[in-house]
Design a protein around this ligand. Structure first.
Ligand SMILES: [Zn+2]
Length: 321
């Protein structure tokens, strides 16, 4: 099978697994002989990758020359992410250019239970001795620099603290096998947890989600504040920054796209697809913190991390992986 077609098939199957990627999170890329990188475009979900034309082609040479500089300029890095044939490259393109031929990057809840817990690096050393632990960095240019400069970079498995998993291999099948193996080992370590089914209903001008794990937050204002103000990974913050907690009327009056109505549930004032994406991110946030607590306690993003995310192009990040 054509490799680009093959990688789209893999992207779709990964994209259907909510416990592996949520919303437009995650990414997949393939390097070809003509110094080209094919990668998921910004704002698309992995399940949107139907055919090779759905991937954006990048010329790697400008990335290579920028990232061999000691201190590459952030503005110069951003300027490399120009649309090609109408598709804007993922904001995570830079770290893909620094790795091997096939790269799969995802946000699996079992792996993130480890990357988002206080003892994460210690646990990772025993469960994934072959992996490189990458300290937290703001997604995009900062993360690419962290990946470039981390000790022990010659590896096929990267655990991004408070973010996710990245695996690298020479072939697509090897990469997928390795990716699935890391997640299986993480799941064996953390214990399995069911991804809850959500029931949707419309109420006035909002879509209300009801699932067994998010329901408990609607019954407890303190728990709701904890969910919406403490963030294990960037998407959790980017998609719920400033989300109100209050009565249903409070949420409607606020005009916020996401809010938690006490006694009602998570309310979304957006289209059904985005509502489902936000709901998946919140569900993952809940599952990750719950699993991390069983491993000794979750480590949330620090105030300076949240400030940096707010300063970063949050809108762009919101649409990206
Ligand atoms: Zn990511």
């Amino acid at each position: 099978m054509n490799e680009l077609k093959h990688i789209c098939t893999i992207a779709q199957s990964l994209g259907r697994r909510k416990d592996i990627v949520q919303g437009a999170g995650g990414n997949i890329s393939l390097k070809q002989d003509d110094d080209a990188l094919y990668i998921k475009p910004s704002g698309r979900t992995l399940s949107d990758m139907h055919e090779p034309a759905d991937m954006v082609r990048i010329d790697m040479a400008p990335f290579r020359s920028l990232y061999t500089q000691v201190k590459p300029d952030a503005a110069a890095a951003a300027a490399l992410l120009v649309p090609n044939q109408g598709l804007r490259p993922s904001m995570e393109t830079a770290f893909h250019t620094l790795m091997g031929r096939v790269v799969i990057h995802t946000h699996p809840v079992y792996v993130n239970a480890i990357t988002c817990c206080v003892a994460g690096q210690h646990i990772a050393r025993s469960v994934f001795p072959e992996a490189t632990w990458v300290p937290y960095a703001t997604p995009g240019h900062d993360l690419a620099l962290e990946v470039r400069d981390v000790p022990g970079r010659q590896t096929n498995v990267y655990l991004f603290q408070n973010h996710g998993l990245t695996v690298v291999a020479d072939t697509i099948d090897e990469c997928l096998t390795l990716h699935d193996d890391v997640i299986r080992r993480a799941e064996e370590y953390t214990g399995r947890i069911e991804w809850p089914a959500t029931l949707w209903r419309r109420r006035e001008h909002a879509i209300v989600a009801d699932n067994p794990v998010l329901r408990r937050y609607a019954a407890d204002a303190n728990a709701a504040e904890t969910l919406l103000r403490n963030h294990p990974f960037p998407d959790s913050f980017v998609f719920t920054d400033g989300a109100p907690v209050g009565t249903f009327d409070d949420i409607i009056v606020s005009g916020a796209p996401v809010g938690l109505a006490l006694g009602v549930g998570m309310c979304y004032r957006t289209d059904a697809k985005k509502a489902a994406d936000y709901n998946d991110i919140l569900t993952a946030s809940h599952l990750v913190r719950t699993l991390a607590d069983t491993l000794g306690g979750a480590r949330y993003l620090a105030p300076q991390h949240l400030a940096a995310l707010r300063m970063s192009d949050a809108e762009r990040y919101r649409r990206d992986g």
